[in-house]
Design a protein around this ligand. Structure first.
Ligand code: NDP
Length: 266
């Protein structure tokens, strides 16, 4: 075929699946048990993808998310994985591939915060955040890329943050990890583009989850006052952006950072 569209999207003309469908594909979502990760699992399952949910501590949350995904139709499994350990990340990806014999989509969602002002920040807390948020995204991407390269198709989507683009007092470690995800995304995108593997990041602003509930009331209202939309986002708002980037039809979009922030980063 001569049209670039077919090769870029991996989709044949006349293929029956409508725009938005991920039918038959396999997706891994790290930290998928709750919050934004859970919303992503449900969104991808609704689009027809089999979801493999990585969880670290809370098995029950992950099981509940898997049950909710299965009620939407496709298969869903849970796999224990602490992404700050590269061997554990690799096991998650290998396991996911084994279940369905394919791995189309990786969503690097797992993340933590350990906030304090830089002068009082312990190196240990800098390290822990970098390991979970950035090293975790890299080790999962590296393991997944091996399968995607073989298939000459793949979608890697990492959850960065507006804080990775603009910084935030009290979050030097977190902002560094989220900025690192952007550098990683752009570099990997260049390495993998010729094999029809796209690598993108989503940068949420303030989204209502347990992570933001943990902020003080004062910090929450300061943040909310800066949102042009006038309110925090929902996990589903982030999931919709991930869904779009995961589509076969988004095959010519790579190395990008898509803000989901109610205008905060505009
Ligand atoms: P939550 O704290 O609600 O969920 C985070 C999830 O990540 C949990 O399931 C947690 O599991 C998991 N996780 C954390 N560390 C690890 C690890 N080492 N290995 C495996 N899983 C891990 O946070 P959100 O849903 O709010 O955040 C999801 C992502 O979105 C994060 O990357 C976050 O930085 C990012 N984000 C969030 C924003 C917000 O406003 N909420 C804004 C911008 C970005 P466990 O409980 O077992 O640790």
């Amino acid at each position: 075929r001569s049209d670039g569209l077919t090769s870029a999207t991996g989709r044949q003309e006349g293929q029956p699946d409508s725009f938005g469908s991920l039918r038959g594909q396999t997706a891994v979502v790290t930290g998928g048990g709750r919050g934004i990760g859970r919303a992503i699992c449900l969104e991808l399952a609704r689009a027809g993808a089999h979801v493999v949910i990585g969880y670290r501590h809370n098995r029950q949350e992950a099981e509940e998310t898997a049950d909710a995904c299965r009620r939407l139709g496709p298969d869903a499994r849970i796999v224990e994985a602490d992404v700050s350990d590269p061997a554990s990340s690799k096991r998650l990806i290998d396991e996911a591939f084994k279940i369905h014999g394919r791995l189309d989509i990786l969503v690097n969602n797992a993340g933590i915060t350990k906030d304090t002002l830089a002068l009082t920040m312990k190196m240990e807390d800098f390290d822990r955040v970098l390991k979970a948020n950035l090293y975790g995204a890299f080790s999962c991407s590296q393991a997944a890329a091996k399968y995607m390269l073989r298939a000459r198709y793949g979608r890697i989507i990492s959850i960065s943050s507006i804080v990775g683009l603009h910084g935030n007092a009290g979050q030097t470690n977190y902002a560094t990890s989220k900025a690192g995800i952007i550098g990683m995304t752009k570099s990997l995108a260049k390495e993998l583009a010729s094999r029809s593997i796209t690598v993108n990041a989503v940068a949420p602003g303030m989204i209502d989850t347990q992570m933001t509930e943990a902020m003080s009331g004062m910090a929450q209202s300061v943040m909310k006052a800066q949102i042009p939309a006038g309110h925090a986002g929902r996990p589903e708002d982030v999931a919709a952006a991930v869904h779009f980037l995961a589509l076969p039809q988004a095959g010519y979009i790579t190395g990008q950072v898509l803000g989901v922030d109610g205008g905060m980063g505009a």
